[in-house]
Ligand binder design. Structure first.
Ligand code: UDP
Ligand code: MG
Length: 159
């Protein structure tokens, strides 16, 4: 007999995830997407683009006073990136857990940075740090908004 699913509405969140130029160059795109997909999060936006300096400066505006800012911008514009919107319950915080600590030396094995990175300035991936940052970053990278679709497996992922 088929499982009976509740009809309760989940509190869905969206986050902005970006595979940085080093992640693209190192062939980690499939692996990274796989981790978010297999977890049960829903892909709601995806684009493969190279951004320019003023766009990268806007994305990292909160860090403009940091000594590493110029190098960070140079890194982000050094090649194409994969920009994504992922959706799910708690996806902002869980996305950061999947990614691991900012400094790969402190990232646990099993996290993306823990498994695939060594230097803080080549840490492979970005993820929004709060629901509010996610909202701003999605608006910047996806002015057209998310792709509207429903995963038919939803009742097998949510109780
Ligand atoms: N970064 C760096 N040196 C530092 C701190 C940060 O090069 O000392 C870079 C690193 O690529 C990091 C990004 O700046 O991912 C943004 O920093 P943030 O503190 O927001 O870390 P994140 O949210 O990416 O973990
Ligand atoms: Mg950050």
């Amino acid at each position: 007999e088929a499982i009976r699913h509740s009809t309760k509405k989940e509190k869905m969140e969206q986050t902005f995830i970006m595979i940085k130029p080093d992640g693209v160059q190192r062939g980690l795109v499939g692996e990274i997407i796989c981790r978010f997909e297999k977890k049960g999060f829903y892909l709601k936006g995806l684009k493969f683009i190279t951004v320019d300096q003023s766009f990268a400066e806007k994305h990292y505006a909160d860090l403009s006073a940091k000594p590493f800012f110029a190098g960070l911008v140079e890194y982000i514009i050094s090649g194409p990136v994969v920009a994504m919107i992922w959706e799910g319950k708690g996806v902002v915080a869980t996305g950061r857990t999947i990614i691991g600590a900012t400094n790969p030396a402190a990232s646990a094995p099993g996290t993306i940075r823990g498994d695939f990175a060594i230097d803080i300035g080549r840490n492979v991936i970005h993820g929004s740090d709060s629901v509010e940052s996610a909202r701003k970053e999605i608006a910047l990278w996806f002015p057209e908004g998310p792709v509207n679709w429903q995963n038919s497996l939803h009742p097998w992922i949510y109780e």
